[in-house]
Design a protein around this ligand. Structure first.
Ligand SMILES: Cc1cc2nc3c(=O)[nH]c(=O)nc-3n(C[C@H](O)[C@H](O)[C@H](O)COP(=O)(O)OP(=O)(O)OC[C@H]3O[C@@H](n4cnc5c(N)ncnc54)[C@H](O)[C@@H]3O)c2cc1C
Length: 369
């Protein structure tokens, strides 16, 4: 592990300054893609992938250690997280040989994937989704609508969930299908966000035809395929916990080093954040150790998700307070964007209400009514 992390530190010490010099405006999409390609060339984003897919074949504990070092160096997050962390592992497990050719392209950004799961009326209750895919000869004909599609405006491909058997119980009769975004009949519309971004999309399907060969896994088994995908998302929560821990360390360090006078209330908040983030980080490592030992993550992923999302919002509120009037006028734009972006943390990948239901039901064994 020490040698691995020394390699990574050397890589980042060279690659990060070179990337920053190349892209004075590091917020552009091209700059972000370039950073993902740089990380992929070093096989750092794909470290847990098997070697046959261009990874290093490492375990989850090594992955967390890598993420820690990346966070310590202040490297940006890669934009294609959904593809790398969710879609590619799904294709490795369920895809056929042709579909698996996408795995390497996902790593180097030749392909950029989104997940078309949520619909108006089917978010928390995803299994209620109504987008239909009907088999006609050797093609699926797709009609319906998806919403809140992260990176939908940049995607080249979608992992779509559509209903293929409307008569089956709602968790059955759903299939996972690959849809290239440039397929005729597919329309992507941006959703302008409160934080100023517009990479979110709603996606409309009108008689969209794709080959039946684009089916991922067996017909009508899309729920299982999806749960695998979301399972990867949950493991990713431990990584977010680690990132938040590092962020709070940096925040405390910045505040103590600067001349800024802080009120006792802010000092109290910072101390609380520090303690909570340390506990969160430990829980994340504990969960990954379990996964590494072949044990499925249980309740801790829900607890981490809830604490992480709510703590993130409190931290961004304090950062906004520290920025003062500059945060409101936009002179401290990062504080403002961070504050507004953090509002989504308690909605994405399961709202806090749903997570509390899961904790009450599966962890505490509380009665449902
Ligand atoms: C940043 C972000 C990124 C996202 N990316 C994607 C993506 O890439 N692809 C994709 O498909 N989707 C994506 N989503 C959508 C996300 O999965 C849904 O927003 C989420 O599942 C909630 O569904 P909903 O918005 O339809 O709200 P609803 O499910 O309609 O919920 C509305 C409110 O009712 C509450 N509620 C609902 N059911 C219950 C219940 N049983 N008990 C108690 N309270 C309940 C909820 O907590 C919420 O407060 C993203 C969302 C966000 C915020």
């Amino acid at each position: 592990m020490d040698a691995l992390l020394a390699d990574l530190r050397e890589f980042l010490a060279n690659a990060l300054p070179a990337w920053r010099a190349k892209w004075p405006d590091q917020d552009t999409w091209e700059a972000k893609l370039d950073w993902q390609r740089t990380m992929a060339e070093g096989r750092w984003t794909t470290a847990t992938w098997p070697e046959e897919f261009g990874g290093r074949g490492l375990g989850t504990m090594e992955m967390l250690a890598i993420e820690d070092v990346v966070a310590q160096y202040g490297a940006p997050q890669i934009p294609g997280m959904i593809g790398v962390k969710n879609v590619a592992p799904t294709l490795m497990r369920f895809g056929n040989d042709e579909q698996r050719k996408s795995v390497a392209k996902i790593a180097n950004t030749d392909e950029f994937w989104c997940q078309g799961f949520s619909e108006p009326g089917a978010g928390s209750d995803l299994a209620s989704l109504r987008t239909r895919a009907v088999i006609d000869g050797d093609e699926f004909v797709i009609n319906g609508q998806k919403v809140w599609t992260s990176n939908g405006m940049y995607a080249t491909h979608m992992q779509l969930l559509a209903r293929t058997d409307p008569d089956a119980p709602k968790h059955k009769g759903i299939s996972a299908i690959i849809v290239p975004i440039d397929t005729p009949g597919l329309e992507v519309r941006p959703i302008k966000q409160i934080n100023g971004g517009a990479e979110f999309a709603e996606v409309f399907f009108t008689d969209v035809r794709v080959p039946v060969a684009n089916l991922i896994g067996p017909l009508n088994e899309g729920w299982n395929v999806t749960m695998t995908t979301l399972g990867h998302e949950r493991a990713g929560v431990a990584v977010f916990a680690g990132r938040l821990e590092q962020r709070i360390r940096n925040l405390v360090e910045d505040v103590t080093k600067s001349d800024t006078q802080i009120s006792p209330i802010i000092a109290d908040e910072l101390a609380e954040f520090y303690v909570e983030s340390r506990v969160l980080g430990m829980m994340g490592r504990q969960m990954l150790a379990k996964i590494a030992g072949g044990v499925a993550p249980g309740s801790e992923s829900s607890v981490i998700k809830m604490v992480w999302s709510e703590l993130s919002q409190r931290v961004d509120t304090t950062v906004m307070e520290l920025a003062g009037i500059d945060g409101i006028t936009g002179d401290a734009n990062d504080a403002k964007v961070g504050y507004l972006t953090a509002r989504s943390a308690t909605i994405a990948a399961g709202t806090s209400d749903i997570v509390k239901n899961i904790i009450g039901d599966r962890v505490l064994g509380l009665p449902r009514d």
